[in-house]
Design a protein around this ligand. Structure first.
Ligand code: HEC
Length: 454
C-alpha cells in the first residue's frame, strides 16, 4: 500500500496507460548515445560569454540601492529572508555584500533562482516562473565587477512586504485542509527526506478547483520543498503532486476544470528538509478549494506519465542521452510538465512530432534538480495544444560524472531501477483531454491571440 515515490513512479509506467483509458504509451524505444565530459564543458563555455559580453552603458555602474535591490526584491527575497529554509537573507546591503561573488556565480549558471527551463527553447510563459532576464543578470554581474557599490540611500526601494507564511494564498478559505502527521526534524540533521501518509477525509467524490501545499507555521524555515501526492484507494499513484517551493502561490484550475478526489484515497507528503540547529516539529498541510457537492466540472484534469524508459545504460563518469517516444492518442491541452529522475537526472527536452506532416516542434527543455522537483505551470495562453496522433519525443540526460554534486559514486555504472541509487527518466503532463471540436476551437482562439499580438 505504502509505496515510495520511486517505486510508484516505476510501477505506474505499466499501469497508467491502461487505467487512464485510451491514453497511453504505444511504444517507447531507446537509443543511447553517450557524451564525454567535454560535451558539457562546451555547453557551459558557449553559454557564459553571451551573457558576460553584454555590458551596461559606459560610465554608469549599477548600484545596489538603485539597480540591484529591486531585482533581489522581485526574484530572491521570497526565499532569502529571515526564518526561511535558505542559508542567508538578502534583504539589506549588509546582508547581500558578503555574497556578491557567490550571487554572480549562481545567477550566471542559472542555478539561482532555482528554475531550470532553458530560456532559449520554447515558450517562457509560465505562471510560476522564477528567472532573471539577461538584462537583470548583466546588471548584477556589472555591479559585482564594479566592486558592489551601495549607491545613494535615497534610491532604495521601499521594503517588499510579505504575507505571513502560514496564510493561504488560495482564492478564499480552503474547504478542506489535509494536515500531515507531525514529523520531528532533529536539530543539526542536515538534509533529510520524509514520507508521511494521511487518509483523505472525504466520504464522497469531490472535485478540486484550487490547491496549495505548504509548511505549517513553525516549519517554514526547514521545509526546502514538498510534494503532496494523491494515492488512489487501490494503492496506485500517478507520481504527480501538489508541489510547494517557498513563495509559490496557490494553483487555481481555470475554465471549469477540476481534479477528482476519491474517498478511500490517501495523501502522501514527500518532504525535503534542511534542518536548523534546534529541533523543529514539521506540520505541513494541503489546502483545497472544492467545487460544490454534486457539481462536475466540464474538464477533468488528467495526469499522464510517459515513463517507459526501463532500459537505461549510464556508464561511470559519463553524461548520457536516452530518447523515448510515446503516442498521444487524444487531443490534449497541457497545463504543466515536470520531469522525474533520481540524483543523476540532468536535463529533459520534450519534442512533438506532429501527425501527417511529421513536422517537429521543441516544446521546452528544462534542467533537472533533484533538490527542487519543480512543476512547470504554463500560463493559460501558452498551454501547448497537442493534436492526437502526435508523437511525444523525450530526450533525457543523466550525469554520472564527478561534476554532478549529487552523484554518490561516479565510479559505478547505473541503470534503471527503483532504488534511489538507480535511475529513471519520466516525463509527466498535467492537463485536459479535448474533443476534436474543442481542440479546433482552442486552436482557432490561439491563432487569433497570436495575430492580435503581431
Ligand atoms: C525558491 C527559493 C529561492 C529563490 C527564489 C532564490 N533562492 Fe537562492 N537559494 C535557495 C536555497 C534553498 C539555497 C540553498 C542551496 C539549495 O538548496 O540549492 C539557495 C542558495 C543560494 C546561494 C548560495 C549560498 C551559499 O551558501 O553559497 C546564492 C548565492 C543564492 N541562493 C542567491 C540567490 C539569488 C541572487 C536569488 C535571486 C536572483 C535567489 N538565490 C533566489 C532558495 C532560493
Amino acid at each position: 500500500m505504502k509505496k515510495s515515490v520511486r517505486q510508484v513512479a516505476a510501477a505506474s509506467r505499466n499501469t497508467t496507460s491502461e487505467q487512464k483509458g485510451s491514453f497511453g504509451i504505444m511504444t517507447y524505444t531507446i537509443v543511447r548515445r553517450s557524451f564525454g565530459l567535454t560535451w558539457l564543458a562546451v555547453l557551459v563555455a558557449l553559454a557564459l560569454p553571451t551573457i558576460q559580453a553584454q555590458t551596461s552603458p559606459a560610465g554608469s555602474s549599477p548600484t545596489f540601492a538603485k539597480d540591484v535591490a529591486p531585482i533581489l526584491q522581485n526574484n530572491c527575497q521570497q526565499c532569502h529572508r529571515p526564518n526561511q529554509s535558505t542559508p542567508m537573507s538578502l534583504l539589506t546591503y549588509q546582508e547581500v555584500r558578503p555574497y556578491a561573488r557567490a550571487i554572480r556565480t549562481k545567477i550566471l549558471s542559472r542555478e539561482m533562482p532555482p528554475w531550470g527551463v532553458d530560456p532559449t527553447v520554447g515558450t517562457q510563459a509560465f505562471e510560476n516562473k522564477m528567472a532573471l532576464t539577461d538584462a537583470e543578470i548583466t546588471t548584477i554581474t556589472d555591479w559585482v565587477e564594479a566592486g558592489a557599490p551601495f549607491g545613494e540611500a535615497a534610491d532604495l526601494p521601499a521594503p517588499r512586504e510579505f504575507a505571513e507564511d502560514h496564510v493561504w494564498s488560495l482564492p478564499g478559505e480552503p474547504d478542506l485542509v489535509v494536515a500531515s502527521t507531525p514529523h520531528l526534524v532533529k536539530g543539526g540533521s542536515g538534509q533529510t527526506w520524509a514520507e508521511v501518509f494521511v487518509d483523505l477525509p472525504i466520504t464522497e467524490e469531490r472535485w478540486v478547483k484550487a490547491y496549495q501545499s505548504k509548511p505549517g507555521k513553525d516549519d517554514v524555515e526547514i521545509v526546502h520543498h514538498m510534494m503532496a501526492t494523491v494515492i488512489l484507494p487501490d494503492g496506485e499513484d500517478d507520481g504527480f503532486g501538489f508541489h510547494y517551493t517557498p513563495g509559490k502561490p496557490a494553483t487555481v484550475y481555470q475554465d471549469d476544470a477540476g481534479f477528482l478526489l476519491r474517498p478511500g484515497s490517501q495523501i502522501r507528503f514527500d518532504l525535503h528538509f534542511d534542518a536548523k540547529e534546534h529541533d523543529i516539529v514539521a506540520k505541513p498541510q494541503l489546502g483545497l478549494i472544492l467545487y460544490p457537492k454534486g457539481y462536475e466540472p466540464k474538464h477533468q484534469v488528467d495526469r499522464l506519465n510517459f515513463a517507459s524508459l526501463s532500459e537505461l545504460d549510464i556508464p561511470a563518469g559519463e553524461v548520457t542521452r536516452h530518447d523515448g517516444y510515446a503516442l498521444m492518442r487524444e487531443n490534449f491541452r497541457v497545463m504543466t510538465f515536470m520531469s522525474h529522475f533520481h540524483e543523476l537526472g540532468k536535463r529533459q527536452c520534450l519534442e512533438l512530432i506532429y501527425p501527417d506532416t511529421g513536422e517537429t516542434e521543441m516544446l521546452n527543455c528544462a534542467d533537472f534538480d533533484f533538490y527542487w522537483q519543480t512543476v512547470f505551470r504554463y500560463e493559460k495562453d501558452a498551454q501547448p495544444l497537442i493534436p492526437k496522433g502526435t508523437i511525444l519525443h523525450t530526450i533525457n540526460y543523466h550525469d554520472n560524472s564527478l561534476a554532478n554534486r549529487l552523484n554518490r559514486d561516479p565510479k559505478n555504472w547505473t541503470g534503471f531501477g527503483q532504488r534511489s541509487t538507480d535511475e529513471m527518466a519520466i516525463a509527466m503532463f498535467e492537463g485536459v483531454k479535448l474533443t476534436d471540436e474543442e481542440f479546433q476551437q482552442a486552436r482557432e482562439e490561439r491563432l487569433r491571440q497570436l495575430e492580435a499580438q503581431d
